[in-house]
Design a protein around this ligand. Structure first.
Ligand SMILES: NC(=O)c1ccc[n+]([C@@H]2O[C@H](COP(=O)([O-])OP(=O)(O)OC[C@H]3O[C@@H](n4cnc5c(N)ncnc54)[C@H](OP(=O)(O)O)[C@@H]3O)[C@@H](O)[C@H]2O)c1
Length: 470
């Protein structure tokens, strides 16, 4: 019996994907550097399943049907390079290698070039959904060699979540398109989580609400058009009671957010691309500030602020908070899609943003009902510069921008930070302003650096000797 596909890396993601693929009818060869993980799988959850356990890479490669299909689910970075160094020489031209880890897109381009030199087909495959998604159906974002995708399409499409508009897997484009899209997915994820955390802070410190009351509010919000996985788990987290203390578990968790780096990469890439992703960047920096726990503790005694208490009627505050959350979440997607459009033009991905929206509809962490109208917007206008310009989102802006403004002002008044909401508002206010104060910045640049400027009243490039000007 030859395996239809082989998975390298039997940590939680690799194991769950292997189990998922086997359940879809495929024979799966499994291999892990440390033997025990493979042994545990086939003796435990994989017992009686059509797995071919392998304990060295040569045996693993020989167990695969040709053309061989290999999915790597190992730690991103050096570990992936180490595995590929061993694996590449064992494969033959026409075999397909997929990297399903969270690899940096530039690493993917380098590895793809190396695979190409060896006649191998290579795919950088973004996978989202955490361990549950890997087992029950993640969103899968492959990019790289299209001929390679044709060979693995059946397996990946069946392994992925089956969303409201088809399998949450689609070939996204050449080169590093798949990993780039996954990176931006994570950037959007950071921004939505930050926006939800800001709602929690306003409800907790501002309105003195108990976690279970907050959970009820999130449950109501999750019943409407904003419905999505991150809202759903926010409600569930807020209801969770610690069995040891009987207290809401969320209140017992240290308030320092960690990060593995994909939000940072997304922001770095946005800066390199010259695209606008301020809300995603704000969410990354918010985590950085949260990590300064000891400094924050010390500063609390030195830098006073107002009382966080919001002395207003709760219902009205919550109604406006919903509008603020709605627009901030849409701003996160809008900036992410904008970045993808800009990167696609710059890097030749030829991305279909409508297809990206479709792939994100289920299985992944940022799945949300909002992706349905987002997909429609990009189908109607593939070159849409920003989601807010599409009718449904423009009308939501009209409906809710007062609420976003009121919420940001309220938060600032009581000293509760809202970096995601604040940056979404600032971004949209700037985006809808025909004349910004950047003329003064151009004058500054010309003053101290002779960088020149353009004028609004006549064509050309100008420089002024500002020191001698009257
Ligand atoms: N966890 C998630 O929710 C999630 C979601 C999407 C994507 N991902 C990505 O999926 C990949 C796997 O994630 P994970 O959480 O299951 O595992 P992980 O903790 O990121 O990686 C552990 C796996 O990498 C292997 N490994 C590490 N160094 C190695 C080396 N030098 N040579 C060979 N193998 C090496 C380990 O083998 P040993 O057992 O021998 O140490 C183990 O199989 C990662 O790239 C991750 O970023 C994770």
């Amino acid at each position: 019996m030859n395996a239809d596909i082989g998975v390298v890396g039997m940590a939680v993601m690799g194991q769950n994907l292997a189990l998922n693929m086997e359940r879809k009818g495929f024979v799966v060869a499994v291999y892990n550097r440390t033997r025990k993980r493979t042994e545990d799988l086939v003796a435990g959850r994989g017992k009686g399943r059509r797995f071919i356990p392998c304990y060295d890479l040569e045996a693993f490669v020989s167990s695969l049907a040709r053309p061989r299909k290999v999915l790597l689910m190992v730690k991103a970075g050096q570990a992936t390079d180490a595995v590929l160094k061993e694996l590449f020489p064992l494969l033959e031209p026409g075999d397909v290698v997929m990297d399903g880890g969270n690899s940096h897109f530039l690493d993917t381009e380098r590895r793809l070039a190396e695979a190409e030199r060896r006649g191998l087909l290579y795919l950088g495959v973004g996978i989202s959904g955490g361990e549950h998604g890997a087992l029950h159906g993640p969103a899968i974002m492959p990019g790289g060699h299209r001929e390679g995708y044709a060979i693995v399409e059946d397996i990946l499409a069946k392994t992925a979540a089956q969303g409201p508009q088809g399998s949450c897997c689609a070939f996204l484009g050449p080169g590093s398109a798949g990993h780039y899209v996954k990176m931006v997915h994570n950037g959007i994820e950071y921004a939505i989580m930050q926006a939800l955390a800001e709602c929690y802070d306003l409800m907790k410190r501002g309105l003195s609400m108990a976690p279970r009351e907050m959970a009820d509010v999130f449950a109501t919000w999750n019943g409407g058009e904003l419905s999505g996985y991150l809202l759903e788990i926010t409600e569930r987290i807020l209801r969770h009671v610690d069995p040891d203390t009987g207290r809401p578990l969320v209140e017992l968790i240290r308030d320092t957010a960690q990060q593995k780096g994909t939000g940072k990469w997304s922001t770095q890439a946005a800066l390199d691309e010259g695209t606008c992703a301020p809300t995603i960047a704000a969410a990354v920096f918010a985590r950085t500030v949260s990590a300064l726990k000891e400094e924050r503790r010390a500063a609390a005694g030195v830098l006073p602020g107002p009382s966080p208490e919001i002395r207003e009627e709760r219902g009205g505050v919550l109604e406006e908070l919903f509008g603020a959350l709605y627009l901030t979440i849409v701003a996160a997607y809008a900036q992410g899609f904008r970045q993808l459009g800009d990167a696609s033009r710059e890097r030749g991905y030829d991305l279909s943003l409508a297809e990206v929206a479709r792939v994100w509809m289920d299985g992944c962490i940022i799945r949300s009902r909002l992706l349905v109208p987002m997909r429609t917007a990009f189908m109607e206008n593939p070159d849409l510069p920003l989601l807010f310009l599409a009718l449904p989102f423009a009308s939501r802006w009209r409906e809710h921008h007062g609420a976003l403004r009121a919420t940001v002002m309220r938060a600032h008044r009581v000293g509760i930070p809202v970096p995601a909401m604040g940056s979404a508002l600032d971004f949209l206010d700037a985006y809808r302003t025909e004349r910004l104060p950047a003329n003064l910045i151009q004058a500054h640049r010309d003053f101290f650096g002779a960088h020149t400027y353009e004028r609004v009243d006549r064509p050309g490039v100008f420089h002024t000797d500002w020191e001698s000007a009257p």
